[in-house]
Design a protein. Structure first.
Length: 534
């Protein structure tokens, strides 16, 4: 805004000299001195992305088709859900792997942190937060904290954004127990913000990189404390609405602070909008949603992680080569931004044995080499047809299989309710009903309010249900079959909630033994025993 006022003043001063021509020349010189601005795209995807052939955007469709072959071949190494490639603002590949579908939202996991970083930048731009160097405790003046001292009082917003808070923060891996660590303890407390502020300090703020979800949650609380709006409400007003994002879910703590570290749910097309905003230095359709200075700082080197594959900005990961930066969430959630290639790549997934290796190969051997030119390439109809065939193959459901007649055991247990013994999962009741020859219904009760039903395909085709406890509005899929005469196996894929399970129910007389094993997304393995209710 100051540059515009200055320009108008210069025009007035030149009015009596050489007229409009001189004024225009001076305006051009002033604009040049102000530095380069992002090139405005031909359109903005506020209402939706436009599509294009890869060749029209300077990319090789045959190499992208080969990328889909790679992903199909390595489905177990990386159980991918979607792949979205955008170049010059146009979708050149939009791929959904069954059973994930275009209209499904997905848990972004720690990709959420890059959205939190963006909201902090907007809050600073608008003056709600004083600066990146504002002490964290100054944002919460009405709270008294345990383990108070000079180190904690020196901790700044920047320290939280760079994962150098100095908090004694223990990960689940360090704790050595599933569901353990500082984050789990925080979520069991009545006030997550107070719990985090009370944490002891293990280092000087700014000294050591220590990935801490609780610290990221404080940033969400800082937004609510300074703006009077939850992070979700603040985002809807200042980020999501300008970008045209309306389908969103973001859980909150008992005090209404949205999870600053994770659990934001969006569709892949909306995930890509954040990358596109950063690609254009915070500009969106004439509105400076986030200042260029904030974008540059967030995606520049801020922290040495001492990891071989990446360093850290402000809740963004940076590659050593500087070719791209990315938002990273567990089990395959990514937003990759390639400034020099004018490209955004988004993936969602459900984990796997070698997701990092597959993603690395996907980028370095297929997607990046597919970028051959800034200008359009010659048309390649056969390559486009090959790519389209791969997209359709990815989305196709498997062929239905013949279903054998119900066994004697199936008829006996169908519709009966089993009361489960006390267990760490809190599972209280189980019922399995065979509705017809192709579908079954599994009912699980974890006590109020976690009671839900799972529709199961018996013909090798997933059936879809709502009601997964962690996020009841997200679709899950299940299919099952009898492994033995008395053993029924269910593959349960929560899809957008990331977790995949294998459940085995063994029926012996009046007893059922339910083995629950996490295939991806969760490491939980449990065996629960129940008996028929009279």
């Amino acid at each position: 805004m100051p540059a515009i006022v200055e320009n108008e003043t210069l025009v007035k001063k030149t009015k009596n000299l050489s007229g409009i021509f001189v004024a225009l020349v001076i305006l051009a010189l002033v604009a040049a001195c102000a530095g380069p601005t992002p090139e405005s795209p031909q359109y903005w995807p506020t209402e939706g992305w436009l599509t294009s052939t890869p060749e029209d955007q300077g990319m090789d469709s045959e190499r992208l088709a080969a990328a889909l072959d790679l992903l199909q071949e390595h489905r177990e190494e990386y159980h991918i859900h979607s792949l979205l490639i955008i170049r010059h603002g146009y979708v050149v590949a939009d791929v959904y792997f069954y059973p994930f579908a275009p209209d499904m939202m997905h848990d972004l996991a720690s990709v959420t942190k890059s959205f939190t970083s963006t909201l902090i930048g907007i809050a600073i731009d608008k003056g709600y937060i004083e600066s990146i160097e504002q002490p964290v405790l100054d944002i919460f003046p009405e709270r008294s904290v345990a383990n108070d001292g000079a180190e904690k009082r020196a901790m700044t917003v920047k320290n939280l954004l760079t994962m150098r808070s100095g908090f004694e923060c223990i990960s689940e891996d360090e704790a050595g127990t599933v569901g353990g660590g500082t984050q789990a303890e925080m979520m069991e407390s009545p006030d997550w913000v107070q719990f985090t502020l009370d944490l002891p300090m293990s280092d000087e703020p700014g000294e050591c990189f220590n990935y801490c979800n609780s610290g990221a949650h404080l940033l969400s609380a800082a937004i609510q404390e300074t703006t009077g709006l939850s992070s979700l409400a603040f985002a809807q007003k200042h980020l999501f609405e300008p970008l045209g994002i309306s389908d969103v879910t973001w859980p909150a703590d008992p005090q209404g602070n949205n999870h600053g570290w994770g659990d934001l749910y969006l569709m892949p097309h909306d995930m890509a909008k954040l990358g596109y905003l950063y690609l254009h230095k915070g500009l969106w359709d004439g509105q400076q949603v986030l200042s260029p200075a904030q974008v540059t700082a967030a995606t520049s080197f801020q922290t040495n992680t001492y990891l071989s594959f990446a360093d850290y900005g402000y809740l963004w990961w940076l590659t050593p080569s500087g070719e791209y930066y990315y938002a990273d969430g567990r089990d395959g959630q990514r937003i990759f931004v390639f400034p020099d290639k004018d490209m955004v790549v988004v993936t969602t997934g459900g984990g796997g044995r070698d997701q990092y290796g597959v993603l690395e190969t996907l980028l370095t051997s297929y997607i990046i080499p597919a970028v051959e030119s800034e200008a359009p390439l010659p048309a390649n109809p056969s390559g486009v047809a090959l790519l389209e065939s791969g997209i359709q193959q990815a989305a196709a459901q498997p062929d239905a299989r013949p279903v054998p007649p119900l066994s004697e055991t199936a008829r006996k247990v169908s519709g009966r309710t089993y009361a489960m013994e006390a267990n760490p999962l809190g599972l209280t009741h189980v019922s399995l009903t065979f509705q017809d020859e192709k579908e079954a219904l599994l009912q699980l009760s974890f006590g109020e309010p976690y009671q839900f039903e799972i529709l199961i395909g018996l013909d090798n085709v997933f059936r879809f249900s709502l009601g997964y406890p962690r996020n009841p509005g997200i679709t899950a899929a299940a299919r099952g079959a009898w492994e033995l005469d008395n053993s029924f196996v269910v593959e349960y894929d929560t899809i957008g909630n990331i977790d995949r399970w294998e459940w085995k129910a063994r029926f012996e007389g009046a007893q059922v033994t339910l083995q629950m094993k996490g295939i991806a997304g969760t490491d939980i393995t449990a065996t629960v025993v129940g008996r028929l209710e009279e």
